[in-house]
Ligand binder design. Structure first.
Ligand SMILES: Cc1cc2nc3c(=O)[nH]c(=O)nc-3n(C[C@H](O)[C@H](O)[C@H](O)COP(=O)(O)OP(=O)(O)OC[C@H]3O[C@@H](n4cnc5c(N)ncnc54)[C@H](O)[C@@H]3O)c2cc1C
Length: 425
């Protein structure tokens, strides 16, 4: 992999997500050789992927080059590769561009979409975990609107204009709201040859309320906001089948639809090679102790979404959101130096900063411990927090101006089919 020899111990980080980049940044110019490996050459700000899918933002506003993140870290190297296997007995990993040895290995590989074993759903639905997948959704939505204008039958047109989203967690709720805004503000202006009222957005959720991880107040408010936007919310509803044309559920609901967006859940994305009992079977996450060390592997650590750490406050592991990943990355940066120096490490304690979701313009819900609020102020807080959390000053400026422009003009400027999406037949 052409990494020079060094007198310092080598730490290999697999994954340049929130956990990986925060660890790499905290080890800037420290007495360690750091090798960051990712299968993409950019960091993805996943919380705003839905805005790429719904034509609100271009992907370069929410992605950031990994080499730029480490450009001032003279001790850090980046390699674009997929890690395929860990060989813990000889401290080596195999990647798509060759092998590399490590003294310390950090697995920060995040999660992948969970289709719960439904092969047809996996084949025909649209996941939204990566930038290319978000662009696929954007293309499909716009292609379907174009096809609806030339549909030969009413049923065909309806199927192109029926958008079904599965999973009413923050991702599903935010996407449903954003597609509803397309329907309410863009379709009537751009697609004058369509009746915007024919466009229907269905949000399906297995639990008995939307935003199940948030408070009941937030759920109720979010559901009302969605209904105000014209979204059909179906709780206690699980998808049984989807053949690319028709969605069937356990409640006997049948929806003819060319678009099924799958935001129903994730599962860990581990790398093969560690013993099976180092993984939590149900969630595919590495079992780690309070220092993020993987069970039975003292020199291998796991961080963020892929790490399963039980604490008193979080007996079932931390939520798979950005903050635990960021905080674990930052702490491991300090702990690894202590570990190498044979000093005691500090236990991880998650500082829960609350949760929020936006449903559309002036519509958001925020849970900050006992403080819960919704509406315009929540929406403002949501925008501010997301803007500040984006990686890179340029991205913050671009997103800010996009949002201001979109707000004033009721517009979504990125309505471009750059790379057409070809549906599986
Ligand atoms: C659509 C969506 C919306 C979300 N919205 C929110 C939100 O509003 N708020 C919030 O807090 N959280 C949100 N999340 C969750 C949040 O994005 C994750 O919790 C967070 O990204 C976890 O960080 P991580 O570093 O553990 O993993 P990730 O950020 O997923 O990073 C994993 C990295 O590992 C790389 N990788 C994986 N396997 C390999 C391999 N074998 N070889 C090389 N590289 C590999 C990937 O390319 C990726 O860059 C959202 C997630 C999604 C998908």
């Amino acid at each position: 992999m052409n990494i020079p020899k060094s007198n310092f111990p080598r730490l290999v980080i697999v994954g340049g997500g929130f956990a990986g980049i925060n660890l790499a940044k905290s080890l800037k110019n420290k007495p360690l050789q750091v090798v960051l490996i990712d299968k993409h050459n950019y960091h993805t700000f996943q919380p705003l992927l839905y805005q790429v899918s719904s034509s609100g933002l271009e992907p370069d506003s929410i992605a950031y080059p990994l080499r730029k993140i480490i450009k001032k870290s003279n001790n850090t190297f980046f390699r674009l590769a997929e890690v395929e296997e860990i060989q813990p007995d000889n401290n080596r990993i195999k990647t798509t561009i060759g092998e590399i040895t490590y003294d310390y290995l950090v697995l920060a590989t995040g999660t992948k979409t969970n289709f719960f074993g439904n092969a047809d759903v996996e084949k025909y639905s649209m996941p939204m975990k990566t930038v290319p997948q978000a662009l696929n959704i954007r293309s499909l939505i716009l292609q379907n609107l174009e096809k609806a204008t030339i549909a030969k039958t009413e049923a065909e047109r309806k199927a192109f204009l029926n958008f079904v989203i599965v999973g009413a967690g923050p991702t599903g709720v935010e996407l449903a709201g954003a597609i509803a805004e397309l329907k309410n503000h863009i379709v009537p202006r751009d697609y004058r040859d369509l009746n915007a009222n024919d466009m229907q957005i269905h949000l399906l959720e297995g639990a008995n309320r939307v935003l199940p991880p948030m408070s009941e107040e937030a759920s109720a408010k979010a559901e009302q906001f969605l209904k105000d936007l014209g979204v059909h919310v179906h709780c206690n509803t699980l998808v049984k089948e989807y053949n690319g044309k028709k969605v069937e559920t356990n409640t006997n609901l049948e929806l003819e639809s060319e678009t099924l967006i799958w935001a129903a859940g994730v599962t860990g994305s581990p790398v093969k090679g560690l013993s099976a009992n180092s993984l939590m079977e149900r969630s595919n996450r590495y079992k780690v102790n309070r220092y993020n060390q993987v069970e039975n592997y003292p020199n291998i650590f796991a961080l963020g979404d892929i790490a399963y750490m039980e604490t008193e406050a979080f007996p079932k592991g931390h939520p798979q959101v950005a903050q635990p990943a960021i905080q674990q990355g930052q702490l491991l940066g300090k702990n690894i130096l202590r570990f190498i120096a044979d000093k005691p490490m500090q236990k991880f304690k998650y500082n829960d900063k609350g949760s929020m979701a936006t449903i559309g313009r002036n519509k958001a819900v925020v849970d900050l411990g006992k403080i819960k609020f919704g509406g315009f102020f929540a929406w403002f807080v949501w925008m501010f927090i997301h803007l500040m959390a984006l990686v890179g000053f340029r991205n913050r400026v671009v997103v800010f101006f996009n949002w201001v422009y979109n707000y004033i003009n009721f517009d979504k400027a990125a309505r471009l089919i750059i790379r057409p999406f070809h549906k599986v037949k």
